[in-house]
Design a binder for this molecule. Sequence first.
Ligand code: HSE
Length: 314
Amino acid sequence: MTVLPSYVKVFAPATVANVASGFDVLGFAVSHPGDTVEAFSRVAHGVTLQGITGDRGRLPHGEGNTVVVAVRELLRRLEKPFGVDIVLHKGMPLSSGLGGSAASAAAALHAVNVLAGEPLSPEELLRCSLEAERAVSGSVHADNAAPALLGGFVLVRSTDPLDAMTLPVPPGLTVVLVSPDIEISTALARRMLPTKIPLKDAISQLGNLAALVASLFSDNLALMGRSLSDLIAEPIRAELIPGFKGVKKAALAAGALGCSISGSGPAMFALVGTVTQAEVVAKEMQNGFKVAGLKATSYISEVGAAGPRVVEKG
Ligand code: HSE
């Protein structure tokens, strides 16, 4: 008989959603930062979020937290349900555009699945995560949740029915993520978007999205650079990010293939071909925010890192 663990600690990665031309349909995992969850099994059914660190007391512990709703959804799907106590350690700034709530949910779901003996596939865990998104925020997009749970560079063709697939990533492709010291509410950043877009913009966006996907399959970094352009969200959301224009200009001048907003911002990302180049681009982007009066933290990572991983088990 397999003995199941009674404790597990899991790390799940931050994610870059949209990737310029892939609004709501493209996202990739980074190696860091990320959130960590400790989960303890208990006999009494249900889920309790016992504590949160790294949020300065700002996140809800109940129904308003995707961790609680996602884990409840998972437990409901188990043949032999049990209960869990959870402690969440936030490893990234809140409302930063780094996919924080998706990372928390992914870490919690992976942890509780491990406690249960891993009966659910990552795709089933993703359904639980999306249910939680729907319940907590009212809107469902999987471009953070899917890469946070599956790892890699993910294309979400549809959320209903769920159809998400992992794309290849050219060797050496590196991301620079720069997160300025301000917050943007995703709900607000979504309300600002137009409900209709001109046909000529739709055509350009489709061309760029298709070419970006083609560039991933063909390792064609020049094509990738030409495709990293967003006519839907970036022009409007850029207004919310002090220094946006300067940061983007600095990234491109320093040799980045492209630069845009990570998720709903304010973090910005740039893709580059090598780690050496990434260091130069990170410095220039941070400086761009400094000119606008903002402190910013930078992270350099492979594009399409692994999904959740067990850090400790007992
Ligand atoms: N695709 C989403 C957006 C990601 O840009 O609104 C943020 O949750």
